[in-house]
Design a protein. Sequence first.
Length: 244
Amino acid sequence: MEREKLKNIYECLFKDEVRKDEMEPPAAVVTLTHFLSSDKNPIILEAGCGDGRNLYLLSRMGYENLFGVDIIDHTNMEGVSYQQCSIDNLPAEWTGKFDCILCAAVIYFLDDPKQGLKEFRRCLKENGILVLTAHTKYSVFSLIRKVKMWLGFQSMSHLKGCHWDRDVEEYISMAESLDMKILYRSGFRTSYIYHKFSTISDRILKRFGYRFPVIRFRVNLPEFWNNFKSKHAYYSILVCHKGQ
Ligand SMILES: C[S@@+](CC[C@H](N)C(=O)[O-])C[C@H]1O[C@@H](n2cnc3c(N)ncnc32)[C@H](O)[C@@H]1O
């Protein structure tokens, strides 16, 4: 899909203010903070930050050096340096700038994801880390969304032109071919049925002032389970390390 069209769609989607204070930290943010050292000074870029909800949570946790880029216009992201640009063409002066780059649910919009990964590598400091999440090929969620798109569901319009036909192994080998080491792989929301059940019952319970118990994302799981999740969950998560 053309970038201008995608930009317009996302600007409309993000028009409704989410109650950021009520949000649980998503798995991408939990993973990122797990891999950062305990000081709150790392320079963090969110590549494709949308309405800035992840950056907002990070600033609430005390992180101070926050940058965001996206193709959409933003005017009110407090405490964040925002630039409007594409993740596969980051500002030239950002070479070696960041301790950490988070790219959550964006890389599959690129026709050439390797160009995006190259840009991340360029903009990371030595020993910097990249946290990447993506819908991938062997996920029930991807399949269901493909069927919905095929049936013409309006709610899927922003996803036309996404590349979900890439397996997580492709992202891994792209990152490795750029001399990045995979520190961690996993995924989140593994069961479509649980996910549907919890969102429906959550809506019902909320009316009565209750909330469905949230299953908190855990980073330290057995390796076989993380490998499985990285392939089949709603989103894959990879943590890549830029060596010296
Ligand atoms: C699913 S949202 C994810 C937003 C945010 N990362 C989050 O986790 O809440 C996808 C975002 O990617 C942005 N996007 C798509 N293609 C992009 C590109 N080439 N460069 C920068 N941002 C892009 C969209 O504008 C949208 O804000």
